[in-house]
Design a protein around this ligand. Structure first.
Ligand SMILES: CCCCCCCC/C=C/C/C=C/C(=O)SCCNC(=O)CCNC(=O)[C@H](O)C(C)(C)COP(=O)(O)OP(=O)(O)OC[C@H]1O[C@@H](n2cnc3c(N)ncnc32)[C@H](O)[C@@H]1OP(=O)(O)O
Length: 636
């Protein structure tokens, strides 16, 4: 778990050996303690270097040990002892120094980082604090404001940024361990006191804290050398970039030459910029562009990314069934359409699976892999593996309208618009900015297809009621004015230009709201922040409980991963399901009952049976909820 050797006659080299990222398992902590004891007591040793095997310093706590009881030596006294030792210790950081790994580096008296190394305190993303000294040592090293930013965001920083901040002493392109050994030999003669980061911090820094704001198998039988993306629209372009940059050949298909050329230029530009940023050469030779579906006859896997229209997608899959080899997998990039209905028009329903990428696909980490009832286990495993190769955070979900993420969005957005009808200020507008970004026409089309708005609606229908429940027509009114969000320069907000991102309140929306409220005799009233949060977030979590009941997600943690990586849910809150457990399931149930009583025509506010069951069982912790769920999707 750690190798101990003497190098250059007097340097003790401690190499952490716990693949894949040399995490701090109990055995590793034990081995570090023993090695340090040897180094400090051996008179031949004048300095120590700590490094990690296989190009990775240390990925922090060993997540494989999280479920069990804490065993082995605790980390804090071990780290304190390293820092307090009378021989200089140098951390040789290659790969990652994260969480406890970063905290280990912070107790070393010097830190040498390889130029490609990444450092960070991602604990906040796990809902915990960097409690092995990170919250204490980092502010002392780089100042409170810079440290708070790293601690509260969990952001990874590059070696170069770490050097600028004063976290590392030297960045090298060479073997960091060899550089550290030479460095350690030179450090022997230097005083250590000032190198111990946990020395008291200056009073000026403490005062400024008081006014500071706190702001991840091989492809089962389907090694993918060829992927393809029909349609080089926004999603198709991003997906093509994701594939090419991890070395997968892509044949990109468009319907006509002009669109093909535009798409080609954009994909090449995106790949070149991406390669420049990563300091590698762009893999342009992996891309082929065509307007002929016939060119796909020999590919192993197809990712269809045409416009979100069921009839169009069905036509594409019928054509693909004629063109492609019988063993070719068909993946559909859809944000909510019925994957099984698409599988049904192909000659190979068991080889069809959903891959719901999030926009922009080359940036967003989340991938929902949608398992249709006929998707084979091998098909699902292949899509999951492909996602892994593309560097995505993958969650296997069941097939239902909107899958997990977008299905939960419906009650959340509904509550936001109902609140907009009812209230006049204090409203957190996050959902409206997000809708402007996604495009308001997307939801409008779905509402139309499901008969909630548009020409199919019975004119005798009361405007604020549809299909027997409360309906808010304000989003339709916004769309009827051609306001589709950022892409049209106007939506819930106004933007300086089409495609602009700088949202400003638009007086026209205020006028629209006032006119609407006066037409329907709605008296706006003051809505507290608490009510806004409860109605939006408890409705969101309530749908999460229904998704678990329906077997669309296998576990609450999957729902949380989807919301953290696909919907910008605040990391420190852990996701909607974890948040509900933190608030207390009893309270969530009580508030939902209260709001459902006040709004009986809003079914999403009716507490889900699973929530009630969990409360009746004494509100067990999130990781125990699965024991109370009857329906389990066979593939999840
Ligand atoms: C409540 C906890 C109490 C426990 C107390 C224990 C006492 C000691 C600890 C003290 C406090 C310290 C706390 C922490 O350190 S919390 C922070 C923990 N670390 C992380 O959150 C890092 C998580 N990992 C990542 O961000 C990434 O995996 C990566 C950047 C390290 C590498 O990314 P990438 O190159 O994209 O590869 P993968 O994500 O695919 O990972 C590769 C492989 O490595 C495994 N792995 C990653 N991190 C860990 C880890 N910390 N422990 C064990 N294994 C890890 C990952 O699972 C993959 O494995 P594979 O699926 O088998 O391929």
């Amino acid at each position: 778990m750690a190798r101990y050797e003497l190098v250059k006659r007097s340097v003790a080299l401690i190499t952490l050996t716990n693949p894949p990222v040399n995490a701090l398992s109990s055995a590793v902590r034990h081995a570090i303690a023993k090695s340090m004891e040897c180094a400090l007591s051996d008179p031949k040793v004048t300095a120590v270097v700590i490094c990690g095997e296989n190009g990775s310093f240390c990925g922090g706590a060993d997540i494989r040990e999280f479920a069990g009881p804490l065993k082995g030596p605790p980390l804090v006294p071990l780290l304190d002892a390293i820092e307090a030792g009378e021989k200089p210790v140098v951390a040789a950081i290659e790969g990652v120094a994260l969480g406890g790994g970063f905290e280990l580096a912070l107790v070393c008296h010097y830190r040498i980082a390889h130029s490609k190394a990444r450092l960070g305190l991602p604990e906040v993303t796990l809902g915990i604090l960097p409690a092995a000294g990170g919250t204490q040592r980092l502010p002392r090293l780089i100042g409170i404001s810079a440290a708070l930013e790293l601690i509260t965001t969990g952001r990874h920083i590059s070696a170069q940024e770490a050097l600028k901040l004063g976290i590392v002493d030297q960045v090298t392109e060479q073997n960091a361990c060899e550089v550290a050994v030479e460095f350690a030999l030179r450090a022997v003669a230097k005083p250590l006191l000032s190198r111990r980061v946990s020395m008291p911090c200056k009073p000026r820094e403490i005062r400024s804290a008081a006014v500071m704001g706190i702001k991840r198998e091989c492809l089962h039988g389907h090694e993918q050398d060829l992927g393809m993306v029909p349609s080089l629209g926004t999603m198709g372009r991003g997906i093509a970039v994701c594939l090419a940059r991890v070395g997968i050949s892509v044949i990109a298909v468009e319907s006509e030459n002009k669109l093909l050329e535009t798409g080609r230029q954009m994909v090449i530009g995106m790949l070149e910029r991406d390669a420049k940023r990563r300091g590698v050469s762009a893999s342009l030779n992996l891309l082929k562009f065509t307007i002929s579906l016939q060119d796909l006859k020999d590919v192993n896997l197809v990712i269809e990314a045409v416009f979100e229209d069921m009839a169009l997608k069905k036509r594409v899959f019928q054509e693909l069934s004629k063109v492609c080899r019988p063993a070719t997998l068909f993946c559909t990039n859809t944000s909510g359409l019925d994957v099984d209905a698409l599988a049904g028009v192909t000659d190979r329903p068991h080889l069809v699976v959903g891959m719901h990428f999030f926009s922009p696909a080359h940036v967003m980490k989340l991938l929902e892999v949608v398992c249709g009832p006929r998707s084979s286990s091998e098909t699902i495993a292949t899509a999951m593996s492909l996602g892994k190769r593309m560097g995505k955070v993958r969650v296997a979900v069941g097939n239902c309208p909107g899958f997990v993420g977008n299905r939960m969005l419906k009650p959340y957005i509904d509550q936001a618009t109902f609140l907009l009808e009812e209230g006049d200020f204090g409203f957190a507008m996050g959902v409206f900015r997000m809708s402007d970004l996604a495009g308001l026409d997307v939801g409008w089309r779905v509402w139309k297809e499901s008969g909630l708005t548009g020409s199919d609606v019975d004119p005798e229908n009361p405007p604020r009621r549809r299909q027997g429940r409360r309906y808010c027509p304000i989003p339709d009114m916004v769309c009827e004015k051609g306001r589709f969000g950022q892409k049209t320069g106007r939506g819930w907000y106004m933007y300086d230009k089409r495609g602009g991102t700088n949202a400003k309140p638009d007086p026209l929306i205020q006028i629209l709201l006032e006119t609407y409220r006066s037409k329907y005799g709605i008296q706006p009233h003051n809505i507290s922040n608490q009510e806004i949060i409860e109605r939006c977030l408890f409705a969101l979590a309530n749908e999460g409980f229904r998704i678990l009941e329906d077997g669309i997600a296998a576990r609450p943690e999957d729902i949380d991963v989807i919301y953290l990586f696909g919907y910008g849910f605040p990391r420190h809150r852990g996701g909607p399901m974890f948040y509900a457990s933190m608030v207390g399931l009893e309270r969530v149930l009580e508030r939902l009952e209260h709001y459902h009583q006040a709004h009986p025509d809003v079914p999403h506010l009716k507490p889900s049976p699973l929530l009630k069951k969990l409360v009746a069982c004494g509100s067990p912790p999130v990781q125990k909820w699965r024991e109370h769920i009857k329906t389990m999707h066979s593939h999840l």
